[in-house]
Design a protein around this ligand. Structure first.
Ligand SMILES: Nc1ncnc2c1ncn2[C@@H]1O[C@H](COP(=O)(O)OP(=O)(O)O)[C@@H](O)[C@H]1O
Ligand SMILES: NC(=O)c1ccc[n+]([C@@H]2O[C@H](COP(=O)(O)O)[C@@H](O)[C@H]2O)c1
Length: 284
């Protein structure tokens, strides 16, 4: 394979720029140039490799030219997934766990969870594979979530329970946790601190497989919808200009809590007034 070839491939939008040439090179090297038919070679050099959200450029090439993929599914799957090790993912990253622990330890702290604002199943779109499209902003009633944020801003602080009375002296803090916060423009200006929990593909998939959503994930849902949507949303986050603190979600719950707790305390020392912090998970 000529070295120049990978640099000529157009990067699918779902891959981070810095990783694309290496990934493309490894895929093509693994396929072997002799395995690419003439039409696929033309496509690779001309139109670019890969549909918008597929981690599977070779299969895409062959589907475009009418041939079947020459690599069997298992080999292709291993290849594709071996590239994801360093990818961050968002679902099951430990957002809720961390956010609840912070709320417990920070005085006068309120928590809003994006998960509470999913639309009913009857309003969720379905794609051509029959997958319900839950991992998109359109699946969430974001206007309702924004109303909850506005209500907190108008009257910061917890209103419920004796704990609120005990901690009423503390600076009001609002934690918003969710898997699609930084892609929602109306929230862009409200963050005082932004955290993004990341976990590698394999760990994310493992954690997701132990979790039961309503409705439960059908077979193939993680690779067919959840992961591609995550990659797409991460790509969109490339334009964000404010500081996001990335946290390795494979660290222990205690470690993660200590780091963010200390950081929030430092932030509180610097400024007075109501604070908002976003804990963006990771997906699922
Ligand atoms: N730091 C961690 N290390 C290992 N597992 C974790 C950690 N934090 C959370 N988990 C586990 O991962 C799963 C998802 O956690 P959760 O907090 O609900 O994630 P999210 O809100 O990001 O979807 C749960 O089973 C939880 O016990
Ligand atoms: N709460 C619901 O109604 C519902 C239903 C199906 C899937 N989900 C999943 O929830 C995930 C986001 O929540 P977590 O970040 O807590 O995992 C999405 O990946 C979505 O697929 C939620």
């Amino acid at each position: 394979m000529r070295d120049t070839r990978t640099s000529e491939l157009r990067r699918p939008p779902c891959f981070p720029t810095r990783k694309w040439p290496r990934l493309a090179g490894r895929w093509l090297a693994a396929a072997g140039e002799e395995n690419l038919c003439e039409r696929c070679s033309e496509l690779a050099e001309g139109e670019g490799v890969g549909p918008k959200v597929s981690p599977d450029p070779l299969a895409w090439l062959h589907s475009r030219c009418g041939l079947q993929a020459l690599l069997d599914d298992e080999t292709l799957s291993q290849l594709v997934h071996s590239q994801q090790d360093s990818y961050e993912n968002v679902t099951n990253g430990g957002k809720t766990t961390l956010a609840k622990k912070l709320q417990k330890h920070l005085p006068n702290c309120s928590l809003i969870s994006q998960d509470d604002f999913f639309k009913p199943e009857s309003e969720i779109d379905i794609d051509e594979n029959g997958f319900l499209q839950y991992d998109v902003l359109e699946a969430l009633n974001m206007e309702k979530m924004m109303s909850a944020v506005s209500r907190w801003m108008e009257n910061p602080g917890r209103s419920e329970g004796p704990a609120a009375l005990e901690s009423a002296q503390g600076v009001p803090i609002l934690i918003i946790e969710g898997f699609l916060l930084f892609n929602y423009k109306p929230l862009d200006t409200i963050w005082n601190r932004s955290y993004f929990l990341t976990v590698p593909y394999e760990e994310c998939k493992r954690r997701r497989s132990t979790r039961v959503y309503e409705p439960p994930d059908p077979p193939g849902y993680f690779d067919g919808h959840v992961w591609p949507m995550y990659l797409k949303h991460r790509q969109e986050m490339n334009t964000i200009t404010w500081e996001i603190i990335y946290l390795d979600g494979t660290r222990s719950e205690e470690d993660l809590f200590s780091q963010v707790y200390e950081d929030v305390k430092q932030e509180l020392k610097k400024q007075n007034g109501p604070r908002t912090a976003g804990v963006l998970q990771q997906m699922l």
